[in-house]
Design a protein. Sequence first.
Length: 457
Amino acid sequence: MAREKRSILIVEDEAKLRRVLELQLMEEGFLTHGAPDAESGLNLLGKDRFDLIVTDFKLPGMSGLEFLQAVKRVDANIPVIIMTAFGTVESAVEAMKAGASDFVLKPFALAELVLVIRKELATHELREENRTLREELGRRYEYKNIIAHSSKMQAVLALVERVAPTNSTVLLGGESGVGKDLIARAIHEHSHRAGGPFIKINSTAIPETLLESELFGYEKGAFSGATNSKPGKFELADKGTLFLDEIGDVPPAIQVKLLRVLQEREFERLGGTKTLKVDVRLIAATNRDLRAALEEKTFREDLYYRLNVVAIDVPPLRDHKEDIPALATFFLEKFARESEKPVRALTPQAIKLLMDFHWPGNVRELENIIERAVTLSEGPTLDAPDIHLDIAPPRVVAGATAALPEGVSLEQWEDEMIREALRRANGNKSQAARALGLSRNALRYRLSKIGVADPVD
C-alpha cells in the first residue's frame, strides 16, 4: 500500500516565494497549503491536519516566534522549521528554544529546504515511535558485547533499535565508563551505514592545537612540519559514522566548524581553499551536563540544538546493579580465555561484594577489577578475597567514626575533595580534573563556586 502523502503548511508573506515553495514541495511529493500570515496559518491549522510547518520568522502582525508559540499550544509535537533572513543565529536559537525543530537562513537553495524537511519528518516519526517504548519493553533487545538485562538498559537499547536506521544525529550522555562507545558502535552496526567506516575520536585525548587538523585534515605546508597533505576524521568517515567522544570539551573555535559541518555537510582542510563535501553521520558523547555548559558560556547553544536531535542517556552502573552478575561473568570468561586460566565462576560471596559496591568508575571499573582478579587468581573460582575494590580510605576528623565526618554536609565534603585533589596535583588543574573525573571547564566552574582562585597549570 502506498504511503499517504505528508501535508505541509507554508506561512510566508511574500506571495511569489510562497508559491515557489508550494510548487517545489508538490513536485517532491508533498501536499502543501500556503498562508500569507500567522493568523491565516493558525486558522488552517484549526481545520486541517499537518505533518510539518515551514514559517518565516518575520511576518506581518503576529511574528514568526509568536506563531511558533501558538502552534505549540495547539500541537506540541508538530515539527516547525523557521526561515530567517537576519543572517545571524540569535533569532534562530531563540526559535529553537521555543520549540522549533530546525531553521534555514535566507537565501537558501530549495534542495536544502527539502533536505531539512525530510530529516525533520523522519526525526518526528522516530520520536512518535518512541512514545510506545514503555508498551514494547516486554521485548528483549540484544546487541553484541552489550549486557543489558535491566529495564533501564533495555530502554536504552530500545532507543538504539529505533534511531539506528535513521540518519539523525545522536547525543549520548552519561558518566565516564558507562559504555557510551559500545552504544555508538551498536547504532552504527545496525544502520544502513554499517558497511562504511566507524571512526572514533576523543577530543580530550588530543591537544587543542592539533584537534582541528585531526578532525578536518590539513594541506601540505599548512603549518610547520606539514610535509604532506592528510585527510581528517570527517573525510575518513565519509559514508559512515563519526563518533566524537567528550564533545563537551571541544574548544569554542572548533565548535563553530562542527556547526557548519552539521548544517552544510562541508568544510575545508586546514590551510586549504577547496570545499569538501562529506556524507557522515555524527554520534557525539559527553559525560558533562551540556545545559550547565550553556549557562557557563563554554558551549554554543546553536551547536547544542544541532547535536541534541535524539538524546540517549546511559545510566550509571549503580542504577542498574541487577546487570552486575552477568557483566562480571562476561568479563571473567573473556579474561580467562585471553589469559588461558582455568577460572570458571564467581562465588556468591564475590557477587555480593560486587553488588554492594557503589562503582564510581562504572562498567569500565568493573571490567578492570575482574581482569585483575583473573590475572592473580590461583583456582577455578573467584571468591570475595580475590576481589580487590579500589576503595580510598575516608579522611575522618579526630574522634569521628563515620565515612562522612559529623557536622559536615555532603556539599562541604565535595568541596574538600576538590581542594585535596588540587593539593595532590600541586595546583595542576588538568591532573586534578582527571583525578576527580571532571572536565577542565567543570573543575573551573566548581572552583569559582567555592571561591578558590583558578590556578595556572
